[in-house]
Write a protein that binds this ligand. Structure first.
Ligand code: B12
Length: 212
């Protein structure tokens, strides 16, 4: 028998945004935490699309419909206006140059905004220079890089050194996304590698509280 979480995954894979939102509401109603809805529902659904998005196989419509349903559920969980006026600090985020994946980054953005961070989103396919320039201009507390393409790891490794050479070593560098989360912070030359968006948010809270 299908569990309520399976029903959410199915609705997402069907690209049925209305049904997905209804399933997410139902899960919440039974006390399931948002974190589980995101990681066991949304991430799991996208994971199942893995085989449909390789160098050889590419089912764009199906992937896009699921992506749209995922963002619909995020809006339901964290509706606009949920952010408080108080801000804990600024986070500048991007997917690195050459990477057009942005669903994970967008989930992180919604989550951080709901947790009272001021987020400046440099978008996808973002050159390192631009990311650093904006981080400096915005007085960022941290930069968040979301990477899903493994060949871009060398680019990610350079971010912290570039920032240090420009006197911006006080800005934390946080990485996440399927290609980066398998690596250690040391090997990526970053301050923190997050397994999930929630993991990243908890790390930022520790930074703000002065524990990291
Ligand atoms: C959806 C998808 C696409 C969509 C992207 C739509 C979009 N707007 O993002 C489209 C169809 C455009 C696409 C394109 C391509 N894709 Co694609 N894609 C995927 C797929 C199926 C799911 C990715 C996803 O959205 N996951 C769901 C999100 C929510 O998960 P997530 O990113 O990990 O994010 C979570 C956490 O990691 C965290 N997080 C994410 N980032 C960050 C950052 C920080 C700082 C923090 C704290 C947290 C955090 O927050 C999220 C919630 O917890 C993956 C398969 C997979 N297993 O990942 C392949 C995959 C990533 N794609 C792949 C490939 C090869 C491609 C293409 C090259 C295909 C092609 N033939 O052209 C192109 C890429 C073009 C380019 N230059 O970027 C490969 C990458 C291989 C590799 N490791 O290098 C994968 C792994 C598929 C595969 N098995 O081959 N893709």
């Amino acid at each position: 028998m299908k569990t309520p979480m399976d029903q959410l995954v199915k609705a997402l894979l069907d690209g049925d945004q209305v049904q997905a939102i209804a399933e997410a509401r139902r899960l919440r109603g039974t006390g399931v935490e948002d974190e589980r809805i995101v990681t066991e529902g949304m991430e799991a659904a996208m994971q199942q699309l893995d085989g449909k998005c390789t160098m050889e196989q590419f089912n764009l419509l199906e992937i896009m419909l699921t992506g749209r349903a995922v963002m619909g559920v995020m809006k339901e969980l964290y509706p606009a206006g949920a952010t408080s006026l108080r801000t804990k600090g600024t986070v500048v985020m991007a997917s690195p140059e050459g990477d057009v994946h942005d669903l994970g980054k967008n989930i992180l953005k919604v989550l951080l905004m709901a947790k009272a961070y001021h987020v400046v989103d440099c978008g996808k396919d973002c050159p390192t220079d631009r990311l650093i320039e904006i981080a400096e201009r915005e007085g960022a507390r941290a930069v968040a890089v979301s990477g899903l393409i493994s060949s871009l790891i060398p680019q990610v490794r350079q971010i912290r050194d570039e920032m240090r050479s420009q006197g911006l070593g006080h800005i934390k560098v946080m990485a996440g996304g399927a290609a980066l989360k398998q690596a250690s912070a040391e090997s990526l030359n970053v301050d923190f590698v997050a397994q999930t968006a929630f993991d990243g948010a908890r790390y930022l809270d520790r930074v703000v509280e002065g524990e990291q």
